[in-house]
Design a protein around this ligand. Structure first.
Ligand SMILES: C[S@@+](CC[C@H](N)C(=O)[O-])C[C@H]1O[C@@H](n2cnc3c(N)ncnc32)[C@H](O)[C@@H]1O
Length: 403
């Protein structure tokens, strides 16, 4: 069942426009993009080679971007994004007051299933606070009033067009979390976490699916964007799902050492400042209990995994389409970064899940720090680490004594 919310429901012409934009995006990200790849392979690269040059990204970027195929792709990519935000804004403005009222009408904090803790003094890492990521109007972090949910409404609207338009399956509000949980369970069979942390949780698209797939678990989500967190909290409370949302920086979450036995993120790393990545990974290590699991899911844009044409299209999006952090992430070897953050090299992984072109994902993670004694083999370590969790269940998992 696809989980939806009545807080944001496009109607009439809004729906027609949004469906049209989705159609355009499917065309652009499918056929139109394929033509660019073909032109690059069959025309631009041979032409560069004929000049005696290596067909590298640097050598191909200018000649490819001058081809008709690339210019058509770029124009359609940019204008479909503008169309998307215009179409979403119509719904956002229509429902914003009702959403704010629903938020204001939530029961007192003590009667809620979960919680929301906002910190207006949080030092939002530069340039995340002032960037319109994906060209989302006024960005994720902007905040109008104590009941302002507009950032969440826009994000949800784009989640129903942008991601499916790129081939990601399921536009349900928790689809990302369901996918994340499925991949975690596939890799770590028998995993039974007791406390989960979702970093860069946004409005909870990832957190909800995780809560659904790991029922009864204490689950926390942190993000820097108050409007997204408010929306996530409203949705969680209306569903009766106990999720604890906090406005915090993923690099300094404030949780005690070893507090979580599963630390996850969904599409955080390509949307955060590249300089932050090492600090975020170190924070994961710090808050992860011994033998616990860190598991991140992100876009499959690593340069080592992509054609030169795709890299050039991505670079273009960095420059012109509100994706400032894409290339920093794409050029980072996540396995090396995980090891550099102090995780055990035998448990660190960075792989791909799914088929190219069909919403493929980059997944990376490791076991909690201090578990190296348990890592004698891929199957054995999973079981033994979890035996240990069972054993620790009655103990104070916040202080496993390995820091
Ligand atoms: C693409 S959204 C992903 C949201 C959610 N996980 C999902 O799957 O829909 C990336 C999120 O990361 C958040 N973010 C970026 N940098 C962050 C940081 N340093 N600390 C916490 N959140 C951050 C953004 O505010 C945004 O909500």
């Amino acid at each position: 069942m696809q989980l939806q919310t009545s807080v944001y429901e496009p109607v009439g012409d809004e729906k027609l426009r949004q469906d049209f934009v989705l159609g355009v995006k499917l065309l652009v990200n499918g056929r139109v993009q394929n033509v660019v790849r073909e032109v690059c392979q069959q025309e631009t690269a041979p032409a560069v080679k004929a000049l005696g040059r290596e067909p590298s990204r640097a050598a191909l970027a200018v000649p490819l971007s001058q081809t008709l195929a690339f210019r058509q792709w770029a124009a359609l990519t940019h204008s479909s994004q503008s169309m998307m935000w215009r179409a979403i804004e119509a719904t956002t403005q229509r429902v914003a007051n009702a959403a704010a009222q629903r938020f204001a009408a939530l029961p007192p904090a003590a009667q809620r299933a979960g919680s929301l803790e906002l910190d207006p003094r949080l030092d939002i890492p530069h340039p995340i606070g002032d960037t319109e990521i994906h060209r989302q109007p006024v960005g994720y972090v902007s905040d109008g009033s104590p009941n302002d949910l507009t950032a969440g409404l826009r994000y949800l609207g784009s989640g129903q067009i942008y991601s499916p338009g790129k081939g990601a399956s399921g536009a349900g509000l928790d689809a990302r979390g369901l996918q994340l949980a499925k991949l975690i369970k596939e890799r770590f069979a028998g995993i039974k976490p007791k406390r989960i942390l979702d970093l860069g949780c946004g409005m909870g698209m990832s957190t909800h699916g995780m809560a659904r797939e790991f029922p009864g678990v204490e689950i926390h989500g942190v993000d820097v964007a108050p409007g997204l967190l408010r929306f996530g909290h409203l949705f969680a409370e209306e569903q009766g799902t106990p999720i604890h949302y906090k406005q915090r920086d993923a690099a300094t979450t404030g949780y005690p050492d070893g507090y979580f036995d599963l630390v996850v993120s969904s599409i955080l790393f390509h949307e955060t400042n590249h300089d932050k990545l090492p600090a975020v990974l170190r924070e994961c290590r710090r808050v992860l209990a011994s033998g616990g699991v860190m598991f991140h899911l992100d876009v499959a844009t690593q340069v080592a995994h992509q054609s030169v044409a795709d890299q050039i299209m991505n670079e273009w999006q960095v420059r012109w389409n509100g994706e400032p952090f894409w290339m920093g992430f794409a050029e980072t070897d996540m396995k090396k970064s995980i090891i550099a953050a102090g995780f055990d090299s035998t448990s660190a992984f960075a792989d791909y899940a799914g088929k190219p072109g069909g919403g493929q994902r980059h997944i990376f993670g490791a076991r909690g720090y201090g578990d190296s004694r348990l890592l004698a083999g891929p199957n054995r370590h999973a079981n033994r680490a979890f035996e240990r969790f069972e054993h620790d269940a009655g103990a104070d998992v916040t202080n496993p004594g390995h820091a």
